[in-house]
Design a protein around this ligand. Structure first.
Ligand SMILES: Cc1cc2nc3c(=O)[nH]c(=O)nc-3n(C[C@H](O)[C@H](O)[C@H](O)COP(=O)(O)OP(=O)(O)OC[C@H]3O[C@@H](n4cnc5c(N)ncnc54)[C@H](O)[C@@H]3O)c2cc1C
Length: 418
């Protein structure tokens, strides 16, 4: 007993929903399932930035020494919980190996390519106008509190300029003008005109409805616990609602992907990297565009009627508890940069934690793992799963439909760590 589909997509976040949509657009019969609901996890409360400007992978030269300095500060934007976890130590080992200038440059090129394709796809969804997701193409400004931070930022951004990204350095006055008159203590900034932002949950849920209208069957509260296999083939997924048989399977379960892959005997090196956000009703006099508070690694994004402050990166395992100290330091950074926005008098809509699915080299896993002929993994998008969601969905659909992919995918090979 059970149900049958052509393609079963596991996980209904940004990556799974995009994959299901682009597969169904090709006339394939798709079932998309999630243990919770559509967009109930990391794709919900993130900062909503579409950032080719973030194309530098997390693994880059200098990040380890910076990380070590931050590790011992309870309010810092980065934290690793020291614990005995073989998968964490192996991950850190591989992360260290990926922190080279060569990897940073090569990674930046492919991340830029997939984000720019995604931007093109977001623009076409917006032009179609089937659902509202508050896409705004105003760019983003990285703001600096100190001369040191500014200098550091300009150095980091050098590589992005080298790979052709448009960047404009701004002094204090230019920043104030760009922000439309909101008072800021920033001493300067760098402006990325090619970036954009949106309300992530509105997009993912809107696209899921559109996917449904082109035939995708969506099953919520449906958890994959294991699989039935035959040789190099997965035959069915065993869920809490029975077996679902399919010809092809897409694993797009974000930070949960390793535990699901384990049931197939596959090991995929993804660590959950926890971050927080606080959402407020957007005050009348507030930011007109998103900013990144560089030293504090905190994003402030106006999205629709919401103003969201988000950031921090904690390697603490599958733990969604909220560390109030870190949340307070996120909000404090926003208060310091924008003293006239009265955060304290705004009611909090939601304080949220999410788990970024993070690979050691900062690049996603998109492709077929060795061992199974009818499985595609699409996970590990770390800090860029919204920026790269549509591009990933398209790559998955092109792989399964045996089309030429729009970009080379060797650097996303899920077998590269084996
Ligand atoms: C604070 C913060 C800010 C961020 N800001 C940005 C940003 O500005 N721009 C950007 O591009 N990215 C950003 N990100 C990263 C982005 O949110 C993630 O990369 C992206 O959401 C990952 O999407 P996903 O679909 O892989 O995972 P998820 O959205 O987590 O989806 C995975 C789904 O799989 C489901 N699932 C898990 N296990 C099972 C199972 N056994 N059976 C069935 N279903 C299962 C889960 O319920 C979940 O719904 C941010 C992240 C954080 C934490």
């Amino acid at each position: 007993m059970g149900t049958k589909t052509d393609i079963l997509v596991i996980g209904a976040g940004s990556i799974g929903v995009n994959s299901a949509y682009f597969l169904a657009e090709r006339g394939l019969k798709v079932t998309l399932l999630d243990k919770d609901d559509v967009c109930a996890s990391t794709s919900w409360g993130n900062a909503g930035l579409l950032v080719p400007s973030h194309s530098l992978p997390l693994a880059s030269p200098g990040v380890i020494s910076q990380g070590l300095r931050w590790m011992f500060n309870a309010k810092s934007p980065f934290y690793v919980k020291a614990r005995f976890s073989l998968s964490l130590w192996l991950w850190l080992w591989k992360f260290r190996a990926a922190c080279t200038a060569k990897h940073q440059r090569e990674g930046a090129v492919v991340l830029r390519e997939i984000s720019e394709k995604s931007m093109e796809l977001y623009n076409s969804f917006d032009d179609l106008g089937d659902f509202e997701f508050h896409l705004e193409r105003k760019g983003i400004i990285f703001l600096y509190a100190t001369q040191d931070g500014y200098q550091h930022g300009i150095e980091d951004i050098g590589l992005l300029r080298d790979i052709g990204l448009e960047v404009v350095d701004m002094d204090r006055n230019q920043v104030a003008e760009k922000l439309g008159g909101v008072d800021t203590t920033a001493i300067g900034g760098t402006y990325f005109p090619g970036d954009a932002h949106l309300a992530p949950a509105d997009f993912v849920k809107g696209l899921a409805s559109k996917a449904k209208s082109v035939g995708v069957e969506i099953k919520t509260d449906t958890q994959v616990n294991s699989f039935q296999t035959k040789g190099r083939k997965i035959v069915a997924a065993n869920t809490n609602h029975g077996m679902i048989y399919a010809d092809q399977f897409v694993l797009a379960a974000g930070s949960w992907s390793p535990e699901i892959a384990n049931t197939l005997g596959l090991s995929i090196p993804i660590q959950p990297a926890k971050g927080y956000s606080v959402s407020y009703p957007r005050p009348e006099k507030s930011l007109n565009m998103p900013v990144m508070l560089s030293e504090a690694k905190t994003a402030v994004t106006p999205m629709g009627n919401i103003l969201r402050v988000g950031g921090t990166l904690e390697l603490v395992g599958m733990d969604l508890s909220i560390n109030q100290k870190r949340v307070e330091s996120l909000v404090q950074a926003a208060k310091t940069f924008f003293p006239k926005i009265e955060f304290d008098s705004l009611p909090i809509i939601k304080t949220w934690a999410g788990l970024r699915p993070t690979t050691p080299d900062g690049l996603p896993l998109v492709g077929r793992p060795k061992g199974f002929d009818n499985l595609v993994i699409a996970a590990g998008h770390s800090m860029m799963g919204i920026s790269t969601g549509p591009g990933t969905g398209l790559l998955v659909a092109q792989e399964i439909n045996e089309e030429k992919q729009f970009m080379p995918t060797e650097m996303f090979d899920p077998n590269r760590f084996n």
